[in-house]
Design a binder for this molecule. Structure first.
Ligand code: ARG
Length: 591
């Protein structure tokens, strides 16, 4: 049997990454004569008694070699054991065993996870960051509300999920461009301009711009049902506006300005700032070029007066880029935007954070973009998400069945949190109460969204979202504040020497083990674009911290042990804070 490359073992010592364990097994499988490497997994075992890592490699190799899995498992284990023993002190594995029906479980030496603690305390806010994305550009298209329309809960989901993915990539060293692809173009603007000129209620408009614009739009459509001619008038207004008619452009700019003010108010409440606001209108000057390019390349064809890109070969409906009346569409703009993002921004990846319902649109868009040669397979991706439902599982609305306004929703979250703070901590100053209420209320909304698999519909259940003992933002914020309070009492901020070898009971090791996998968690959440992987992790970490704290004395322990344990909980606080930050959730020093 050949010797496993020494570097592999050295590497594990430093990073403890399962990737490296994976590498190690691959080498051993090669030695067993398996040339075509099968895909096997290295994962975290469901229970601590199975060690730090587990792999199904022997089960898979056994199938290929037509041998019993336990027998292959033993072979792999003895090969690794041989390598590890030859490493002497530098080997990081304390125990490897085969468990029926053929899993191989690895237990690392405690010093590997103990050592990592010093690293966390040194890196603080930077712990979890990496250079994995260095030199790569990722464009994230998120939030995307529509001008003169309400920003709704779907847009809120896109904003929250998009921002989390943005922050995860940022921490991994990618160069990221966040874009707010605002809906600021289209034929409905003709209707709005016409209605604005003729039926506007100026007073209502002043009081609440978007509400009045919504009313106006509904009003226009009702009137147009009675009087056909209104649609012709609206078309004329659209035409004048799209040809650059001064008056209409001015009105449109006013719509954009007032709507953005409202959106910005919401962004401010939830603490989101998007790098670029480039709406559909931005791409208008490029559309003619894109359409003729598509025709010249023979990718698009004329069809009954319209221009379409046929996609029947790919089992997709045709992608229309020009209507019979010459107007361009939502998709035309998106096609131009793909070209812009690839050519101008050199995007290596474009991520669209948009509701499930638009899946069809993005399939067509990506196929069309590929045919045009703008994107190669896989670089554009639709990151989908489900709907928001009320606690009753029905469409989310007010008691009267009206749509819920986002500002009201956010206000309610803060108000409810405020009430809880009032009950729990009446002695705090008003300013402090406000601050906590905001962090808890907004945190609860974000966590409710990000802790669930984004592909599913989510429900809004206030009691669950604000339950200090449940899987909620306040539970995690509270764990953090609790640690901070212990640290204040200990006066540990004055500095202490950390001897992490003293952390060796099962509860302590369980926490250390959790802390050590943070970077892998971030990596996986990024790769799968699933922020819930991070939420789930922080929740488990907080649970292991609580289990530790309830069973193991910290402040009451003897000096060196006390310092080690204070170091441990400081590490937990850092990771909770960094993790919640990725979800856009604030932590509080006291609450
Ligand atoms: N404004 C659109 C809507 O509200 C979403 C835009 C999504 N982004 C895009 N590039 N198509 O449905």
């Amino acid at each position: 049997m050949r010797m496993v490359a020494k570097e592999v073992l050295f590497k594990i010592l430093g990073y403890m990454h399962k990737k490296q364990i994976h590498d190690l097994i691959e080498k051993v499988l090669k030695d067993l004569g398996i040339s075509q490497m099968p895909s096997f997994s290295v994962s975290y075992p469901p229970e601590a008694k199975f060690g730090d890592y587990t792999t199904n490699a022997a089960l898979i190799a056994a199938k290929i070699l037509k041998k019993a899995p336990m027998e292959i498992g033993e072979k792999i284990v003895s090969s690794i054991k041989y390598q590890v023993s030859s490493m002497g002190k530098k080997g990081i594995i304390r125990k490897i065993e085969v468990a029926p029906p053929g899993f191989i479980n690895f237990t690392l030496k405690p010093e590997v996870i103990q050592k990592n603690l010093a690293n966390i305390l040194k890196q603080k806010d930077k712990y979890g960051s990496s250079k994995a994305g260095k030199g790569k550009v990722v464009v994230i298209d998120y939030s995307q509300p529509n001008i003169a329309k309400r920003m709704h809960v779907g847009h809120l989901r896109s904003t929250i999920i998009g921002q989390a993915i943005y922050d995860i990539y940022k921490l991994e060293g990618y160069k990221i461009k966040g874009v707010n692809h605002i809906g600021d173009w289209g034929t409905h603007f003709g209707k709005l301009i016409y209605a604005y000129k003729n039926f506007i209620d100026k007073k209502a408009l002043k009081e609440n711009f978007i509400q009045e614009m919504n009313r106006l739009y509904v009003d226009f459509n009702a009137r147009a049902k009675e009087d056909e001619k209104l649609n012709d008038y609206a078309r004329e207004e659209t035409k004048k506006f799209q040809e650059g008619g001064k008056e209409n452009v001015k009105i449109w700019k006013y719509f954009v300005r007032e709507s953005m003010k409202e959106f910005d108010r919401i962004y401010k409440i939830i603490g989101v700032k998007i790098d670029y606001t480039l709406g559909e209108s931005f791409y208008q000057p490029m559309l003619k070029g894109v359409i003729s390019e598509a025709l010249e390349k023979g990718i698009a064809i004329h069809s009954q007066g319209a221009v379409i890109i046929p996609l029947d070969k790919y089992n997709l409906p045709p992608f229309m880029i020009r209507k019979t009346d010459g107007a361009t569409l939502y998709g035309t703009t998106d096609l131009a935007a793909v070209k812009y993002r690839v050519n101008k921004w050199k995007a290596d990846k474009i991520i669209y954070v948009v509701a499930n319902e638009q899946a069809g649109h993005f399939q067509q868009l990506f196929k069309a973009g590929e045919l045009m040669g703008y994107i190669k397979g896989g670089i554009a991706e639709h990151v989908k998400f489900g709907m928001v439902l009320g606690a009753d599982g029905k469409k989310f609305s007010t008691r009267e069945g009206k749509v819920i306004l986002l500002e009201d929703l956010l206000g309610e979250a803060i108000g409810r949190a405020r009430k809880i703070v009032e009950e729990k901590n009446p002695k705090l100053s008003n300013r402090e109460k406000e601050k906590i209420a905001k962090a808890v209320g907004i945190g609860a909304i974000k966590y409710n969204d990000l802790s669930q698999n984004r592909l599913t519909d989510i429900t809004f259940n206030w009691d669950r979202m604000l339950d200090f003992r449940g899987n909620s933002a306040p539970y995690l914020q509270y764990a953090y504040a609790r640690i901070k309070s212990i640290l204040r009492k200990s006066k540990a901020s004055k500095g202490f020497k950390l001897d992490s070898k003293l952390l060796k009971n099962e509860k302590e090791l369980a926490v250390l083990r959790q802390l050590a996998i943070f970077d892998e968690i971030i990596e996986r959440a990024g790769q799968e674009r699933m922020p819930n992987i991070i939420a789930d992790y922080i929740y488990k970490l907080a649970n292991s911290f609580n289990a530790f704290y309830e069973n193991v004395p910290v402040l009451g322990a003897e000096k060196d042990v006390r310092f080690a344990r204070l170091g441990l909980i400081s590490g937990v606080a850092i990771v909770i804070k960094n993790g919640l930050k990725l979800l856009g959730i604030e932590t509080l020093e006291r609450m």
